[in-house]
Design a binder for this molecule. Structure first.
Ligand code: PGA
Length: 314
């Protein structure tokens, strides 16, 4: 292993994470032959194969899995060292890795511009995924901070609520119930319903409320994107329940409205979460404080946006 370089380990880590030399090459801005060459040299230094190909898929061998775990520890230690040096220098610079829940994408990216202007030395990597995706990333310790609506019960984490994230019933603007007040929740059972995919936190919250009131909705369509659901509602395919934040005013193609159904909105919050014991860098702390302040201003803006329209699908 004395011959192995940090660069080779970086290439190997990316290839192992993606299960693909091509994707590792893309991520690291290298050519595929360079990746193969680096891994070949590393394999020689280790003295055992690191990958095996079965059919079209690439798997780690036992030695590969051991090396992958070792790489994670090495890079984590180097990251922590860099953070400490930046902290010692009092510099707000480095990388901030954020993983946010799908609905937070209406809020977080628009705050990143002003944040980057304030702190030009900070680079940001933002991942947007559903509840289950965030849990997986947290378990693998891939990011600095996580923004989600349900604090994981089975993981040891620190968390802080920073903004309300109410779930509302959405229907097309011309829906017969659009002007009704206090619609009984049982009435939802008569409407074609558009549901988020399994693994979605939104779906879990809706299901919980429906179960509590013994309401069974007719799921006509299951979609893995809030944007696609809004388009489907506007297209008259049914009604749904989504975060009110998905209705941020945007260039409209058609309109949707919020129905006044009893027991709605489902009250939820967004939380900033990180695993207990994780070393929080000065960069992450800076972002944390910035977000708390920005969230207060954002909620005022959000409450002002009353009539909402559908934006383009993603
Ligand atoms: P989801 O998360 O994308 O998993 O539905 C949104 C939320 O839980 O608020």
């Amino acid at each position: 292993m004395n011959q192995a370089t940090l660069h080779q380990l970086k290439v190997f880590e990316a290839a192992a994470r993606h299960g693909s030399f091509t994707r590792a090459a893309e991520e690291l801005f290298l050519t595929q032959p360079t990746v193969s060459m680096q891994i070949k040299q590393l394999t020689k230094s280790v003295g055992l194969p690191l990958f095996e190909q079965v059919g079209k898929r690439l798997y780690l061998t036992e030695a590969g899995r051991e090396l992958f775990a070792t790489c994670r520890q090495i890079f984590e230690t180097i990251d922590q060292f860099q953070m400490k040096v930046a902290d010692l220098k009092g510099l707000k610079q480095g990388q901030l890795r954020l993983a946010v829940i799908t609905t937070a994408k209406y809020f977080i990216p628009r705050l990143l511009g002003p944040f980057c202007e304030l702190y030009p030395g900070i680079d940001i990597a933002l991942q947007v995924t559903n509840h289950e995706g965030i849990l997986e990333r947290m378990t693998s310790n891939l990011d600095d901070l996580y923004i989600m609506s349900q604090v994981p019960e089975h993981l040891d984490v620190n968390f802080q609520a920073f903004l309300e994230n109410p779930l509302v019933v959405l229907a097309p603007m011309n829906h017969p119930l659009a002007h009704e007040k206090n619609i009984p929740i049982q009435r939802l059972a008569e409407e074609p319903f558009i549901m988020r995919e399994p693994g979605s936190g939104t779906r879990r919250s809706i299901q919980q409320l429906l179960d509590e009131h013994q309401v069974t909705v007719k799921v006509k369509l299951e979609l893995g994107s809030n944007e696609a659901i809004k388009q489907a509602i506007a297209g008259g395919l049914g009604i749904s329940v989504l975060s009110r934040h998905t209705l941020m005013p945007e260039p409209a193609v058609s309109e949707v409205t919020i129905l006044d159904v009893e027991h709605f909105p489902i009250k939820r919050d967004w939380y900033m979460v990180y695993p207990n014991g994780k070393q929080i860098s000065i960069v992450a702390r800076t972002y944390f404080e910035y977000l708390l302040d920005a969230a207060t201003k954002f909620s005022v803006e959000m409450n002002a946006a009353k009539n909402v329209k559908v934006e383009e699908s993603c």
